[in-house]
Ligand binder design. Structure first.
Ligand code: TXA
Ligand code: MG
Length: 340
């Protein structure tokens, strides 16, 4: 199939994206977090197409995107007080809220779970497409399953060209990592995936919020994760990524002792000054928001360099840095080496 290139700045293209979606097609859309692969959330066979295009396991549920609070009510059993507080504080924005699902949710969306994840994105183009489609949109990140999430239209096309009906180009994504996912289907509320809205911000609104074990740790054999997505290999570039935990000096010493033409560095801005292997930077040392914005594009660039082994500097797991750490340890298959 030919994948049409549409421009978010062109109103006729947004209407066209809406028509494709209403007819059961698949469209790549920009959001403030990452590009998503959208389909009509209330049309089970359209949603099944998302799983085929991505090569996504059918037991991994999708997030439903809305452009108006009114659209939320029928998607869930009820909207409890703590959900209203979160929506008021963080929507529209990079937060996904899980609640017991309403009757209209197709099994393809919830992947057999009794719950549904809903998000109200802030990106004007995402909201315009939902409006144009006239229906909530199910949309996972727009990468092939297992690959880094796309934060630009060209990155999305690199994975999806020829597999979907269209991509709507809205420029690079502002946040750069996927939304924070919180479940209110359990007591106390539980953070399933860190993102642009931090754990600290959630606790300010809700009081107690637990962090799921799988945010920082690999699943144990046979364990059932609260969020099915957490059991799959994720965010992987082709290279073998290893995180080096230690000082800048120790990092440089270790990396520079591996000059074999196959090694590259994934480091902070300015670190490359003392590195003797090809380096890709992912933001400033303490600039967690910039790191989040750049991490996926950096992983894709490392593939373009053809690196076989990548040594990454270890992000600080605090604030938005927790989201960066969560993505990078998955890209590294949880391989962290302490260097001195
Ligand atoms: O920022 C985002 O959230 C992006 C953009 C496109 O909105 N979307 C996104 O979707 O990251 P996806 O499918 O790549 O990640 C959704 C995660 C998966 O780990 C999935 O298992 C989990 O959310 N999830 C979805 N519905 C769930 C549910 N009912 N219960 C538990 N986890 C759920
Ligand atoms: Mg994803």
């Amino acid at each position: 199939m030919e994948t049409r290139r549409l421009q978010a700045g062109n109103p006729a293209d947004v209407i066209c994206a809406g028509e494709i979606l209403r007819a059961g097609g698949l469209v790549g859309i920009p959001t403030e977090t990452v590009y998503g692969l959208a389909a009509d959330a209330l049309n089970g066979s359209a949603v099944a197409g998302i799983f085929r295009a991505k090569g996504r396991p059918m037991d991994n549920p999708l997030i439903v995107h809305i452009s108006d609070l009114e659209q939320w009510r029928p998607l869930v059993q009820e909207i409890p007080e703590n959900a209203k507080k979160l929506a008021e504080a963080f929507w529209p924005g990079p937060l996904t809220i899980i609640l017991p699902k309403g009757d209209c949710i197709p099994d393809e969306v919830s992947a057999g779970l009794p719950t549904v994840a809903v998000r109200f994105p802030a990106h004007p183009a995402a909201r315009a497409v939902i409006d144009a489609a006239g229906t909530p949109l199910a949309a996972p990140s727009g990468n092939l399953s297992g690959r880094p999430s796309p934060t630009t239209a060209p990155a999305m096309l690199a994975d999806m060209d020829g597999r979907i009906d269209a991509v709507l180009d809205g420029g690079p994504c502002r946040v750069g990592v996927e939304s924070t996912v919180i479940s209110l289907a359990t007591q106390p509320p539980r953070l399933l995936r860190p993102g642009g809205i931090t754990l600290e911000q959630l606790r300010e609104v809700l009081g107690e919020v637990e962090m799921d074990e799988a945010v920082l740790n690999p699943l144990k054999a046979g364990e059932h994760p609260a969020s099915p997505g957490m059991k799959y290999k994720h965010y992987s570039p082709k290279a073998n990524v290893i995180i080096l935990d230690g000082t800048y000096d120790a990092y440089c010493r270790y990396v520079n002792s591996h000059q074999d033409g196959k090694t590259a560095a994934l480091c902070y801005d300015g670190d490359e000054a003392h590195l003797e292997v090809p380096a890709v930077c992912y933001g400033g040392n303490e600039d967690y928001s910039q790191q989040a914005k750049e991490i996926f594009e950096a992983l894709r660039k490392l593939d373009e360099l053809g690196a076989e082994t990548v040594y990454a500097r270890c992000p600080e797991p605090e604030g938005v840095g927790l989201a960066v750490y969560n993505r990078l340890i998955r890209a590294a298959g949880f391989e962290v080496l302490h260097v001195e």
